[in-house]
Design a protein around this ligand. Structure first.
Ligand SMILES: *[C@@H]1O[C@H](CO)[C@@H](O)[C@H](O)[C@H]1NC(C)=O
Length: 391
């Protein structure tokens, strides 16, 4: 039987880390900048956009006898008057115009920016022909900017799967004369900065020509982008390669092109102390044998890195019949050791009864994982000799 809902409680851990900042943002959101002409998309589009929901690399098995694999896959753009052009890493298509891509293969599958996949408004058409797949997107806007990928399919009878290693992708810009940034529904986006975990600020521009800079709100300064600590990629946005606490705060991007200058969505960067390892709890009962009517204390403690939140959960014998549970949680710094702390949860059982006899399990969890420890407590009846006159 699972001791706890791991994913749920993991989320709570993150939330507790974010809570303080969230309050600040709420206040902040009321005085938001609005970019003129920006049309917010439904929030689901935003959600889709914000994450690399792209296909996860499947285990690429060596394909020996695949005939389809031999077929050279090739992505071309169909231009006006039936002209074809082999695409490179990026292409630009004027907004309003039609994007038409062809990918050699039988069959092929496509992946498009998540927002397009979710908001099917009839502008996207995908057709499989005898020797190639065709993707057509009409009435394009800056919001369609993103990665378009063709996957040749490997088929055995009717069972087909994508050949991830043969995928051909092209990043398509739709330069929008009014919108330098790909529109976003959110006024701000909360991004976690984790220790040693590259973080992307996805301020995606619609034009590869736009000059993009990174800015901090308070104090209002331009953030230096040196290409090492922070780098910029026109297809991705800014990447903070090794986040540190001083990177946290409210940041946004500014794009300029010609005489247009626009701000992106705001990114609220929150530094989360990421633990190196799951916690190693130690459990200790005040006594392994308690007499009915006495009080019992079971403590569970974790020695860990400073500012790493530990969540405790208890399983105990009286749980089924709804014995009330009292816990006291505390955090104390550890003297001597650098940046360490002891987190502790104490389970208090007042006036022990027979039902409290059994195994006490403490589960400690941090963002890296959970570990349970247990101890057995025996409840013994009161000695008859101690209760004269009671029958
Ligand atoms: C594209 O735009 C034209 C002109 O505004 C409109 O008539 C047409 O229905 C649109 N097509 C789609 C598929 O949205």
């Amino acid at each position: 039987m699972p001791l706890m809902n791991l994913s749920g409680s993991k989320w709570r851990l993150v939330l507790s880390a974010l809570l303080v900042c969230a309050v600040i943002f709420e206040l902040d959101a009321q005085e938001q900048r609005t970019t003129p002409g920006r049309t917010p998309k439904p929030s689901k589009a935003k959600l889709g956009r914000s994450k690399n929901k792209g296909p996860r690399a499947a285990t690429a098995k060596p394909k020996t006898k695949a005939t389809a694999a031999q077929a050279e896959s090739l992505l071309t753009q169909v231009l006006n008057r039936g002209k074809f052009k082999k695409v490179g890493e990026t292409i630009s298509v004027q907004t309003g115009n039609t994007l038409e891509l062809r990918c050699r293969g039988k069959p092929v599958q496509w992946s498009v920016p998540p927002y397009l996949e979710e908001d099917d408004d009839g502008r996207l058409k995908i057709v499989q022909h005898e020797r190639y797949g065709a993707l057509t997107l009409v009435n394009t806007t800056g919001a369609d900017t993103g990665e378009y990928t063709c996957y040749p399919m490997y088929c055995e009878d009717t069972d087909c799967r994508k050949e991830y290693n043969k995928a051909v992708k092209v990043f398509v810009f739709f330069p929008d004369p009014q919108e330098l940034f790909v529109p976003s529904s959110a006024y701000y986006e909360v991004i976690q900065l984790r220790t040693n975990w590259p973080t992307v600020l996805p301020c995606q521009v619609t034009s590869p020509e736009a000059k993009v800079t990174l800015h901090r709100e308070y104090p209002p300064v331009e953030v230096a982008v040196d290409g090492t600590e922070i780098s910029f990629n026109v297809r991705k946005g800014f990447t903070i390669h090794r986040p540190r606490p001083y990177h946290a705060g409210a940041l946004y991007c500014i794009a300029s092109l010609g005489n247009l200058r626009q701000s992106s969505t705001k990114y609220m960067l929150i530094y989360v102390n990421y633990p190196m390892a799951p916690p190693a709890p130690v459990i200790y009962a005040s006594s392994s044998s308690v007499t009915v009517g006495e009080n019992l204390r079971v403590s569970c403690s974790v020695m860990g890195e400073q500012d790493v939140v530990i969540e405790f959960n208890w399983d105990y014998p009286g749980q089924q019949i709804g014995r009330p549970l009292y816990t006291q949680e505390s955090i104390s710094p550890v003297s001597g050791g650098p940046a360490r702390q002891q987190s502790q949860s104490v389970l208090l059982v007042d006036e022990v009864r027979d039902v409290d006899s059994g195994t006490y399990i403490c589960t400690a969890q941090n963002l890296q994982g959970a570990k349970s420890v247990s101890t057995i407590v025996k409840v013994v009846p009161k000695a008859k000799a101690n209760k004269p006159g009671v029958r």
